[in-house]
Structure formats: C-alpha cells, structure tokens
Design a protein around this ligand. Structure first.
Ligand SMILES: [Zn+2]
Length: 117
C-alpha cells in the first residue's frame, strides 16, 4: 500500500495505488499511468519471451547442428586424406623399391665393369 493522496476533484484522501478516487470516481493519473505502463511492460515481456522461445532457441539448435555437420565433414575429410596419403605412401614405397632394385642392379654391373678394368 502506498501513501495517501488528496483527490484533485473532491479533496478526499485515498491510497495512491488506487486508479480512481473511491469517493468521486475521478481518475488518479499516476496510478492510471502505472497500470498502463504495467500492461505495456507485460506485453513487452510476453514479446521477449516469444522471441526467446521461437527465435533464439532454434537459432542455437541450428548453430549446434551446423557445428555437428562441420565436425562430421572434418572427420570424413581427415579419413579420406589419411587414406589417400597412406595409399600414396605405399605406391611411392613400391616405386622407391623398384628404383632401389634398378640402382642395385646398375651398381652391380658398374662394379663388375670396374673390377674388369
Ligand atoms: Zn475524489
């Protein structure tokens, strides 16, 4: 309960929380304004709640889904790259082996030629 105020119309004192004077029924502006502002505030809060529930939450879900998809894609790409790299290494190893064998053969033949001199 607020403090007592004097009615501008009839001069009676009544609680300032009352929207209207209980004696003459004339409007008490600050209380009326407060009630109006309270309604506006309620609407604003409702709108905020609506926005939070219908815009922000799905946005977070979408962001999480995008992050999850990116992680999955990154893992798949890493596996594919690892597979290519491994198979590439194997191919290179085979080629290196062939080159080594060829060089060994050449080396042996060169050695044979050298020892022949
Ligand atoms: Zn009054």
């Amino acid at each position: 309960m607020g403090k007592e105020i004097i009615c501008k119309s009839c001069g009676a004192s009544f609680d300032e929380d009352l929207v209207r004077c209980p004696y003459c029924g004339s409007g008490h502006l600050p209380a009326e304004e407060n009630e109006h502002m309270q309604k506006l505030e309620d609407i604003r809060r409702d709108l905020q709640d609506y926005e939070t529930e219908n815009v922000k939450k799905p946005g977070r879900k979408l962001a999480k889904a995008i992050i999850l998809i990116l992680l999955v894609v990154a893992v798949i790409v890493a596996i594919v790259i690892a597979g290519i790299w491994m198979s590439g290494n194997k191919e290179r190893d085979k080629r290196e082996q062939k080159k080594d064998d060829f060089l060994k053969n050449q080396g042996i033949s060169t050695q044979v030629e050298d020892s022949g001199r």
